[in-house]
Structure formats: structure tokens, C-alpha cells
Design a binder for this molecule. Structure first.
Ligand code: ADE
Length: 248
């Protein structure tokens, strides 16, 4: 996959994408992350990219010319153009999976008050928001999208890091994890994890996934399809949580 990122701050992407799994994915040829400073496409004599908004108001707006020219330069037939914006559709594991199947992404990062509306319209851009809060620019959002998408490209994660049990990909939050030592500041690792009984361990993990989701993100259960076993586990969880409340 190729990911072109149109930004005024290309160094942010160079540092981030050289490390850890993203660095490895690039070295192994699964993905190429190419930051493009769209200021270099400005035809303005001061290389300026922003102007005051028509109609007045606070802040500056990024004009259409440098972005349209930058996209024309990097665009391919297969390219999906994504504009990071708090007004976009909400990013999720499902959207990450959808984007991980593309060959070429062009991410556009806005700054200041925003980007002239004609950029999104002329490019048929898919506007994406990473959440209901406003960032100072699209860069942190683009980094989130790049990270979440790259790890889903087949081959990027080894078997040891498989994405199949991730939170959200199963429709539930992930179960808790433990490592050595067995006892830490008076807290022990649950016995079942030391039992060597893989069936019991799987069942425990699934139950704890259900418990976490039920307690922390019950909204996710609206679109989860419960098996008979899930129903019985949920009944146990409710009883256990009720007992715990009574003890406190
Ligand atoms: N730019 C500013 N805020 C943003 C957000 N929440 N998501 C994506 N891009 C943004």
C-alpha cells in the first residue's frame, strides 16, 4: 500500500513512521508512507497557503490551489482520497479494515480553521473524523489512521501479534492480559491462566471480554450477536457483579 500524506508538517510523519511496527512494515515493503509538504505547491509568491474566510470570522482557511495541485501530482487510478476533519464520518476498526484493503490512500491534513469546501467537493474526498473533539490540525488524526490501517495489512503483524483477537474486531473489548511476576503488590494472576488448560483459558478470556464490554462499553453489545453460551456467561457476570457490589 502507498500512503501519501498532504501536510504542512511532514517531519511529524517521518519520525512516527520510522519506529516500531510501522518502521518494520515500511522496511519489509508492505507500506510506503510518503509525507508531501503541500506548501511547496503554492503558486503564491510568499508560498502562502491560507487566506481569511469570505464572509468574515475568526482564523484562516486553506485555499484550494496548493491541495488540488498536490493531489493531481500524486493521484493514481486506485487512489482513495481521505480528508481528516472533525466533520467527517467517524473512524472505527471497521473503517480501518475497509481502508486496509485499498492500494493507495491520499490523506489530507487541514490546519487553521479548515480547508476551502471546494477541495473536498472537487476531489470527491471521504471526510473522516477520529472522534468528537477538535484537534489543532489533521496530523494527529492522520497518524491514528495510518497506524490503525497499517497493522491490518496482511503480513504486517506476525502471528504473535495477530489482530484477530483485538478489541472491536470481535465486537467486544479485549480480555485482560497478565505476565510475570505471578504476584505483584499483593495481587495475583488469575489461577486459570496458570492451569495449562487451554479450553478453560479460552472460556475465561471470553467471559472477561464480555464482562469488560458489559461494564465499560454496553453500547457495543447492541450490535453483538449472543450465543447460548454468551447468555449464560452474562447471567453469571451479572450475579458476580451484584455480589461484588453487596460486599463493598
Ligand atoms: N482535525 C481536527 N479535529 C479532527 C478530528 N477530530 N478528526 C479528524 N481530523 C481533525
Amino acid at each position: 500500500m502507498k500512503i501519501d500524506v498532504l501536510t504542512l508538517f511532514p517531519e511529524l510523519f517521518e519520525a512516527f513512521s520510522a519506529e516500531s511496527i510501522l518502521g518494520r512494515a515500511q522496511n519489509a515493503g508492505y507500506v510506503t508512507i510518503n509525507p508531501v509538504d503541500f506548501r511547496s505547491y503554492s503558486t503564491d509568491k510568499h508560498n502562502s497557503v491560507d487566506e481569511p474566510p469570505f464572509g468574515g470570522g475568526a482564523g484562516m482557511v486553506i485555499g484550494p490551489q496548493p491541495l488540488i495541485d498536490a493531489v493531481a501530482d500524486v493521484r493514481t487510478e486506485e487512489a482513495s482520497i481521505i480528508l481528516l476533519s472533525p466533520q467527517g464520518r467517524k473512524f472505527s476498526q471497521e473503517v480501518a479494515q475497509e481502508l486496509a484493503e485499498k492500494e493507495h490512500l491520499i490523506l489530507i491534513c487541514g490546519h487553521y480553521e479548515g480547508i476551502d469546501e471546494r477541495v473536498s467537493m472537487l476531489l470527491g474526498a471521504d471526510e473522516v473524523s477520529i472522534g468528537d473533539y477538535v484537534l489543532t490540525g489533521g496530523e494527529p488524526a492522520a497518524l491514528v489512521v495510518i497506524d490503525a490501517v497499517t497493522r491490518l495489512i496482511p503480513g504486517v503483524l506476525g502471528n504473535r501479534e495477530s489482530a484477530s483477537a483485538d478489541s472491536f474486531s470481535t465486537g467486544l473489548l479485549e480480555h485482560p492480559h497478565y505476565t510475570r511476576p505471578r504476584e505483584f503488590m499483593g495481587n495475583s494472576v488469575p489461577d486459570v491462566l496458570l492451569s495449562g488448560n487451554h479450553k478453560e483459558i479460552e472460556l475465561w478470556r471470553h467471559k472477561e471480554s464480555l464482562r469488560r464490554t458489559f461494564k465499560r462499553r454496553p453500547d457495543l453489545l447492541n450490535s453483538y450477536s449472543f450465543s447460548e453460551q454468551d447468555r449464560s456467561l452474562i447471567r453469571q457476570i451479572v450475579a458476580e457483579e451484584f455480589d461484588r457490589l453487596e460486599q463493598d
